[in-house]
Design a protein around this ligand. Structure first.
Ligand code: 5GP
Ligand code: ZN
Length: 135
């Protein structure tokens, strides 16, 4: 999807209204319109890109301090920072965004399935070598 058609690019440009929480030369943050809990916010790089791997490092480094600032302002004791990449991973908007989602109780906020599997140590070692060689 082009930046021109992107809903978050339109929000950044002010073409679509949002409840803006923060703006700098590289980062924009606003309240999520369909929150999982009160205070659910989105922090996005101004650079358009669908996945984290599409965003230049110099834009990415400015994001987490803003997530931290909003989390502190929300007063949440428990919260999740979530960043989805790709449809299967629950990404709906193809402009990178970090969710800051307060977790006030069992029912509100982010619900997580965590299908942990046992490790085969040989396979884990092999994977470790493979990943290291590509970094
Ligand atoms: P994703 O599933 O892609 O990680 O999350 C997309 C998020 O963007 C959702 O939580 C959704 O509620 C939020 N969202 C989608 N469209 C808009 C919008 O026009 N304005 C705001 N403020 N949030 C939006
Ligand atoms: Zn965009």
């Amino acid at each position: 999807m082009s930046a021109a058609a992107c809903i978050f690019c339109k929000i950044i440009k002010g073409e679509i209204p949002s409840f803006k929480l923060f703006e700098s030369s590289s980062v924009f943050a606003f309240l999520d319109i369909q929150p999982l809990s009160v205070g659910h916010a989105l922090v996005v790089p101004k650079h358009h890109g669908a996945k984290l791997t599409d965003i230049p490092d110099d834009q990415l480094k400015d994001i987490l301090p803003v997530v931290k600032k909003i989390a502190a302002a929300s007063g949440a004791e428990n919260w999740n920072c979530l960043q989805n990449n790709g449809r299967l991973a629950h990404q709906e908007v193809d402009h990178v965004h970090f969710h800051m989602i307060p977790k006030p109780n069992e029912t509100e906020g982010l619900g997580i399935g965590w299908p942990a599997q046992k490790s085969d140590m040989d396979k884990l070692k092999q994977l470790h070598e493979q990943l290291k060689s590509k970094m």
